[in-house]
Design a protein around this ligand. Structure first.
Ligand code: NAP
Length: 330
């Protein structure tokens, strides 16, 4: 079809990359002209889940070819690979949407701690939390799409923090399905470890905590848990409001923030559940507020592979190219 944007996906055989390809193959304004993986396996690579949806060829990652064949590229790659490929693509004029954490942290010290292979860049990347960075996305060359946990936490908290309605500690109790760890099983993530169990991990030591703190400009206590689901994230967030804040202010602040946000659904006191958002680009946010004790409990959930990864990346592409934000995502 004429006037379609040529896009590439690097890391197309991974969990996030496959979701992206599935969405992009149905997007009315893009054509996938490069789909690349590591090249670790000899011979043709096929994606059975994509049969009849996309029948292109998967080739080993090659930056020059990716740059030559595409106007925009998604990187669904391990961090050290994205750290090398991202700047090389930008230097060749390709607009890049990175799903990894490589370019998310602005503070050099924090970046060195969590993403030691990330190079210093002359032009800072845009943090791609779509609903809060639409203006910056329009001209971005390199978009650092947020992590799955931070997307849910920030969509719930950012309007309340910006409106200065909160005070005191922020506690985020987060639960994620196993696909959040990617397709390569480890001792922690393979079936017999996860099935029938729930475990906390990365306590006070998870890189997504740094990302949430960056975007809220305050310390948070973030505790992720692995739950025996294939996909989905649910976060229960504990905060207190300032003394003069009432229920209507909380609701109005969230409603105003997302009045033009097609993928944020506010559910009020009907708290959202993972089943209601999986396989969609929605982030659902509900809350219960006890005015007398000023305790506000927010519950946010999304599909880690879609709104937490591929869907949000595509939403960012839509905004960056001035299209309907929902194109390919409805
Ligand atoms: N999973 C999630 O929920 C999620 C959410 C948000 C962000 N992310 C981020 O998105 C990125 C991809 O995550 P994922 O879960 O999709 O990972 P994954 O399932 O492990 O897939 C990784 C992809 O990268 C390719 N790859 C690995 N090493 C490579 C190399 N040296 N050169 C070129 N390609 C290479 C793999 O190709 P082969 O098939 O050839 O190995 C595969 O296509 C990660 O940075 C992750 O942090 C993931």
């Amino acid at each position: 079809m004429p006037n379609q944007l040529s896009i590439g996906i690097a890391g197309v055989t991974g969990y996030a990359g496959q979701e992206l390809l599935k969405l992009a193959a149905r997007h009315p304004l893009v054509e996938v002209t490069a789909a690349m993986a590591s090249g670790a396996t000899d011979g043709g690579r096929t994606l059975p889940a994509l049969a009849t949806i996309w029948d292109g060829e998967i080739t080993p990652l090659a930056v020059d070819r990716l740059a030559a064949d595409t106007e925009a590229a998604f990187m669904a790659l391990p961090e050290p690979v994205a750290a090398e490929v991202g700047p090389a693509l930008v230097a060749r004029g390709v607009r890049v949407f990175d799903l990894s954490g490589t370019f998310r942290l602005r503070d050099p010290e924090r970046r060195r701690r969590w993403y030691p292979t990330t190079p210093d860049l002359d032009d800072p990347p845009v943090y791609g939390l779509t609903e809060h960075y639409r203006t910056e996305l329009r001209t971005a060359q390199l978009v650092a799409c947020p992590g799955c946990y931070p997307t849910a936490a920030l969509l719930a908290l950012r309007p309340l923090v910006d409106a200065a309605l909160l005070e005191g500690e922020v506690i985020i109790d987060a639960k994620s399905g196993i696909s959040g760890a990617g397709k390569k099983p480890t001792e922690r993530t393979h079936f017999s470890e996860c099935h029938g169990s729930v475990s906390a991990y990365g306590v006070l030591a998870h890189r997504h905590g740094a990302e949430i703190e960056q975007e809220l400009a305050q310390t948070v206590t973030f505790t992720p848990h692995l739950v025996p689901l294939d996909r989905g994230i649910l976060e229960t967030i504990y905060v207190r409001t300032r003394t003069d804040v009432n229920e209507a202010q909380v609701a109005d602040t969230l409603r105003q923030a997302y009045v033009d946000a097609p993928f944020v659904r506010l559910t009020g006191s009907a708290l959202p559940e993972i089943k209601q958002v999986t396989h969609s680009n929605f982030c659902d946010i509900g809350w219960v507020f006890d005015e007398s004790s000023r305790r506000l409990i927010l519950v946010a959930c999304l599909d880690n592979l879609i709104k937490g990864a591929a869907g949000q990346a595509l939403q960012n592409l839509n905004v960056a190219f001035g299209w309907d934000e929902t194109a390919g995502l409805k």
